[in-house]
Design a protein around this ligand. Structure first.
Ligand code: GMT
Length: 372
């Protein structure tokens, strides 16, 4: 098949998922065309079946806001025509679904039918999408898609609650390449982070408000009172500074390390003992799944679709949003004894296999085949 993929190229979960999907499809022999405004972060190295088309947005003094959606739709038309694509798969509804609708209509006039599949990822529905300045266009363009998928049952239900959707929304979970994430820890790296063999707690995200990264610091503060521990923050974003300030004011900044945006998550996760995800909402929580695949148990909130991946008492524990005491108590329960920690690690890695790339990518392929 010749497949067009549209996504955000940045470190967000939807872009990561879309890029990993494209890479997996290319490995299976499909021709994959990425259409984005920048090289997607996980699209590194040369892969013969992958093509990359950059969306250029020309500026003009009149434009206070350069019309990205128009440029995107035009690029879609161009790429679909010149490469005779079979279908277009857009990730994150805003503005990808409406640009795809526009491209589809333009091509229809020229006698070319292009099926559009829209995958909803989370905040495109639950936060930004429901904002009334976007909602009518989001609802319309989702309904105009030939197929709609959501990354969890929670997100599917939220979408039906938020908009009047006339079509079936198929749930296709996030996935992870379990083999890639089953790495042995690099001892030298572990020694740099935890020279005295301290437990390593980790959080990875885009540090947006919704992630509540201050709660991560607060949980760590409680944990390190009881046992030697280090906290590793991966990623960057608007709330990073306030997390750093909180660590400083609680006097734990020496134990907290910010390593910024990282591509080799598998190497970093390999040294972690516990992953913290304190989000106010998470449609699925791809970062938690990657942690589990690396054999790292998860302490998370029970918001959104997190209970669809984190199994209480098996792969980790969950608590209400903001319930620092429960989350820190549960973190200590896992971390205190080697025996308990190892059992949690084993079960987390085992559970991640349910979401292995080999199980989920064929579901997308079956969906595509319906339109050929
Ligand atoms: O919040 C993020 O990390 C970015 C966001 C995105 O769309 O780029 O992630 C969402 O999509 C991921 C992949 O499907 C999900 O695993 C995340 O749970 C979801 N984030 C939220 O719902 C807040």
């Amino acid at each position: 098949m010749r497949i067009g993929i549209v996504c955000y190229p940045t470190f967000g979960g939807s872009g990561v998922l879309a890029t990993e999907l494209g890479k997996a499809l290319a490995q299976k022999g499909h021709q994959v065309h990425f259409i984005t405004y920048q090289q997607p972060v996980r699209l590194n190295g040369f892969i013969p079946n992958i093509f990359y088309h950059e969306v250029q947005v020309p500026t003009y003094p009149l434009f206070d806001y350069p019309p990205y959606e128009t440029a995107l739709a035009s690029t879609m038309v161009d790429v679909i025509k010149n490469n005779n694509l079979d279908l277009l798969h857009v990730h994150y509804a805003i503005p990808h679904a409406s640009a795809a609708f526009m491209a589809k209509k333009i091509l229809e006039q020229e006698g070319k039918t292009i099926p559009v599949i829209t995958t909803l990822h989370g905040t495109d529905i639950t936060l930004v999408g429901r904002d009334k300045t976007y909602a009518p266009v989001v609802a319309f363009s989702i309904n105009q898609s030939d197929a709609i998928t959501a990354v969890s049952e929670n997100l599917r239900d939220e979408t039906y609650k938020t908009f009047t959707i006339q079509k079936e929304i198929q749930v296709i979970y996030n996935f992870v390449d379990v083999q890639r994430f089953s790495r042995k820890p690099i001892d030298a790296f572990k020694k740099v982070i935890a020279p005295k063999g301290e437990r390593i707690l980790m959080h990875a995200s885009n540090f947006r408000k919704i992630k509540r990264v201050q709660d991560v610091v607060k949980i760590f503060y409680e944990v390190q009172k009881k046992m030697p521990a280090k906290l590793l923050f991966v990623g960057d974003g608007p709330e990073r500074q306030s997390a750093e300030e909180l660590a400083r004011s609680l006097g734990v900044h020496e134990e907290v390390r910010f390593v910024g945006k990282q591509e080799q998550m598998e190497d970093i996760l390999a040294i972690a003992d516990l992953f913290l995800l304190t989000s106010e909402y998470e449609s699925f929580g791809l970062a938690a799944l990657e942690a589990m695949a690396a054999g790292v148990p998860v302490i998370s909130t029970n918001a959104g679709g997190l209970n669809e991946i984190n199994v209480e008492g098996e792969t980790g524990y969950m608590a209400d949003v903001g319930d620092i005491l429960t989350m820190s108590r549960k973190a200590l329960d896992i971390l205190e004894k080697d025996e308990t920690l190892n059992a949690f690690k084993k079960r987390a890695a085992e559970h991640a296999k349910k979401f292995d790339i080999a199980n989920i990518v064929p579901i997308y392929e079956q969906l595509y085949e319906r339109f050929l």
